[in-house]
Write a protein that binds this ligand. Structure first.
Ligand code: MCA
Ligand code: AMP
Length: 505
């Protein structure tokens, strides 16, 4: 019986002793062993009452078992909801409540804090640690190593990924089996992945890039991954002789270039380097080519759409562009005011349509209707133009968003916390250039007249409420915020004023 995502990513490898994961301790996990582990976890899910369509939320460290939980969700038809390990309890509470998760899997140290959240919802809580410890695998060890795959079809939900919004409230993007599978197959073809590939995998697996791009491509093609817990330059350099390809955010590339052990000789056998999630500076592209002889292949995607465009595998990889629409994906540029389709060369909204585009936001029909047109085009919130040769250039954003080291940060979410602090009249949070993270967060505060303000206390409150990567790297007191005639804060003026604050000229 069919379950397209499970069958074509996982099931096709059943019983094969071929390598799937190479781990930093020198051990490896074959496809067959991995699938047996996944089947055992699938039995645990079923025993916990998880049924097809139920959400399984996971805030767990990257590990082979964490990946096997994704496979188990696919096999049981559950909807996998991976969460950034940096999220605080406050942030997690919203995701768990909003998604109505049936099962939550967290690290052992988070268990106590989450019990109070999960218990009133009638959900189950299991634990999984970085090295496979915890209650999930303890139960799995007692289970059968095969599981009868649950029927699903391409339109059924496979995953929820939360993406923040300009209002500060996160939205659950609903991704179907068909969204994930079509994109994985398209990318295998576009980037010519085969079972000979060994991907250096240092991305987190709670986002599209590390899970649905990197991992799904390797599963679909039958290749293997050097599965690293996180990005660490030393570990990357040690493992590179064994890899054929790598995917990363721009920070990976700038950090590698800063290390003199990263040479052309080290990667002369490489087939492909891919960058995405944030703009790759043309300068980084050029430095990388000068150092290694490889031209990084830059592509463009979103949580809601998976991958939309890519520079060509064969042909000119043009620095500062994100290439051409992938096969089956339509890209158009529309006027921000009139919404009319614009001719090549003009700047407007980037809209995309295709089998990769999500089904909508969970329980948010108005937001879905505002961003996903009836004709199937999704309004990305990115601004761009298509040049005379058909390459897409992203020139800015029509959404108030900061991308720091590949993580999206919505200023509104931070401003809502800052505005509540004693003595704060109002705040503005902006992204400013940062050599390592590309952009970083700056908080500007206006004091209530006659009040004192305790910046340390405010920083501490922010730390408890929001994940570390969202914390302003600096809080500054200012007299007032510049506003336009409509009363809207002119963040472009602030970004310009503070552009050198972390990268002095
Ligand atoms: C960690 N920190 C960060 C970030 N990451 N702060 C701001 N921005 C970040 N991205 C915090 C740490 O908690 C730490 O805080 C301090 O910054 C420095 O830590 P560091 O050792 O540098 O952290 P790291 O572990 O090296 O992390 C940097 C990183 C990581 C390797 C760039 O953030 C990363 O793997 N980013 C990839 C994100 C990603 O996968 N994005 C894809 C989203 P303290 O100093 O207090 O200790 S999917 C997507 O965007 C779409 C679909 C697409 O197109 O792909
Ligand atoms: P997310 O919502 O985390 O999936 O992030 C998607 C956003 O990341 C897009 O809307 C873009 O603003 C940005 N993005 C992804 N890839 C690129 C890229 N290659 N260049 C510039 N921005 C990118």
């Amino acid at each position: 019986m069919p379950n397209p995502l499970y069958d074509q990513l996982f099931g096709q490898h059943a019983g094969k002793a071929t390598p799937f994961l190479y781990l930093p301790d020198g051990s490896q996990i074959s496809h067959a062993d991995f699938l047996e582990k996944a089947a055992q976890i699938a039995h645990v899910l079923t025993a916990a009452g998880v049924k097809a369509g139920d959400r399984v939320a996971a805030q767990i460290e990257k590990s082979p078992e964490a990946l096997a939980l994704y496979a188990a969700c696919t096999q049981t038809g559950a909807v996998f909801l991976p969460l950034n390990v940096a999220y605080t309890i406050d942030e997690l509470t919203y995701f768990i409540e909003n998604s109505e998760a049936r099962l939550v899997v967290c690290g052992t140290s988070q268990r106590e804090g989450l019990l109070d959240v999960v218990t009133p919802l009638g959900a189950r809580l299991e634990t999984l640690d970085a090295h496979g410890g915890g209650t999930l695998m303890a139960q799995a060890a007692r289970m059968e190593t095969s599981y009868p795959t649950v029927d699903r079809d391409a339109g059924d939900l496979a995953a929820f990924l939360y993406t923040s919004g300009t209002t500060g409230r996160s939205k659950g993007a609903m991704l179907t089996q068909g969204n994930l599978l079509s994109n994985a197959k398209t990318l295998v073809d576009a980037w010519q992945f085969t079972s000979e590939d060994v991907l250096s995998h240092a991305l987190p697996i709670f986002h599209t890039h590390g899970l649905f791009v990197a991992t799904n491509i390797i599963l679909a093609s039958g290749g293997a991954m050097i599965f690293l817990p996180k990005f660490d330059v030393d570990q990357m350099i040690t493992q590179m002789p064994h890899a054929t390809s790598m995917m990363g955010v721009p920070t990976f590339y700038t950090r590698l270039l800063e290390d003199e052990r990263f040479t052309g000789d080290l990667v002369c056998h490489f087939r492909l380097f891919v960058s995405g999630s944030a703009p790759l500076l043309a300068e980084t592209h050029k430095r990388f080519e000068a150092r290694t002889g490889h031209r990084i292949l830059e592509r463009y995607g979103m949580t809601e759409t998976n991958m939309n465009t890519s520079n060509p595998y064969r042909g000119e990889r043009r620095a500062g562009t994100v290439g051409f629409p992938l096969p089956g994906v339509d890209v158009r540029i529309t006027d921000v005011e009139t919404e009319k389709v614009l001719p090549a060369g003009e700047v407007g909204h980037i809209e995309v349509r295709g089998p990769n585009v999500f089904k909508g936001y969970w329980q948010m029909p108005e937001k879905t209707a505002a961003e996903l047109r009836e004709n199937g085009f999704f309004i990305t919130g990115d601004l761009g133009r298509i040049d005379e040769d058909g390459y897409l250039h992203i020139v800015g954003r029509d959404k108030d968003l900061i991308i720091s080291g590949g993580y999206n940060i919505y200023p509104k979410e931070i401003e809502l916390v800052l505005d509540e602090q004693p003595g704060v009249l109002e705040s503005a949070v902006i992204g400013v250039p940062h050599a390592d993270f590309g952009e970083t967060v700056l908080g500007l505060l206006v004091m209530e007249p006659g009040c004192d303000i305790d910046l340390d206390a405010i920083s501490e409150t922010v730390s408890n409420a929001l994940a570390r990567f969202k914390h302003p790297r600096k809080l500054l007191l200012v007299d007032s915020l510049p506003r336009n005639t409509m009363g809207k804060v002119q963040k472009n003026l602030l970004r310009d004023q503070y552009k050198d604050i972390f990268t002095p000229v």
